[in-house]
Design a binder for this molecule. Structure first.
Ligand code: THU
Length: 133
């Protein structure tokens, strides 16, 4: 892994440990690297009213916006379990708002990155800000 990805993975693991997931017991951490180079992390925050819970990716993107960045270069998501912890459909669309099709989305488990996709692979033929221009 590159030094950048090592740092993203370490931050994502920290975020994962801080996740609030008492209902599913499935903790997720996410880190976005903005085009500026700054890193922002997020974790899932669940709710007793289940649909109100938010994903780790949404938290990282909100932190990025709050930090003044508007362009995503890449994201790393870490979750446990056998299946890859790929972003849900809604979070793919959230990423699409700020990331180009070529942006790398790295999916990690406790040992490190397991697989990398581009956003275009995860959300082909997407609807984005340009569609409204
Ligand atoms: N979750 C995320 O935070 N990100 C993902 O990529 C997949 C799922 C969360 C939502 C919920 O809190 C828990 O994982 C189980 O679905």
């Amino acid at each position: 892994m590159s030094a950048d990805l090592d740092q993203m993975f370490a931050m994502a693991r920290e975020a994962q440990a801080a996740a609030y997931a008492p209902h599913s017991r499935f903790r997720v951490g996410a880190v976005v690297r903005a085009a500026s180079g700054r890193l922002y992390s997020g974790a899932n925050v669940e709710n007793a009213a289940y649909p109100v819970g938010t994903c780790a990716e949404a938290g990282a993107i909100a932190a990025m916006v709050l930090g003044g960045d508007r362009a995503i270069a890449e994201m790393l998501v870490v979750g446990d379990g056998e299946a890859l912890c790929t972003p849900c459909g809604a979070c793919r669309q959230r990423l699409r708002e700020f990331a180009p099709d070529a942006a790398a989305i790295h999916i990690a488990g406790p040992q490190g990155i397991r697989r990398s996709f581009t956003l275009g692979e995860l959300l082909p033929h997407s609807f984005g800000p340009d569609n409204l221009a």
